[in-house]
Design a protein around this ligand. Structure first.
Ligand SMILES: [Zn+2]
Length: 127
């Protein structure tokens, strides 16, 4: 009967399987330069409570960051001390789009943080 068909496991699992596949999402800086290709959407990764940055767990995520080092590390006062940030910026307009707190080398850290609001799936924001 129709009810049995709609409860089919196949129908339920197909979208999940597609989501786990190699679907990549490209993110752009406000200037239009691509800065991140990620194996999921940023809305699916955790948010850092401190500043709303998106947290890429480097042991779990596959991604490519198109950035350059943004000069010397920056020291920020946090609730429980001082945080040192190694910042990465857009290769074109130098907007800071990501940072790490333990290593200055992209991905050689437990987490890479994507700055809240710095990137978008839309390439032409200045249109
Ligand atoms: Zn840019």
């Amino acid at each position: 009967m129709p009810k049995i068909v709609s409860n089919s496991v196949i129908v339920q699992s197909a979208p999940d399987a597609a989501r786990r596949g190699r679907r990549l999402t490209t993110y752009y800086c406000v200037c239009g330069e691509y800065v991140l290709i990620l194996d999921t959407r940023l809305s699916n990764v955790p948010t850092r409570r401190t500043d709303g940055a998106r947290v890429l767990v480097n042991a779990k995520r596959k991604y490519k960051l198109n950035v350059q080092e943004a000069g010397r590390p920056v020291y920020l006062k946090r609730e429980n001390g001082v945080e040192k940030q190694y910042r990465f910026c857009c290769t074109r307009c130098k907007l800071v789009v990501a940072y790490q707190v333990e290593s200055p080398v992209v991905r050689e850290d437990r987490y890479t943080y994507v700055v809240n609001g710095a990137v978008s799936e839309d390439q032409d924001l200045d249109a």
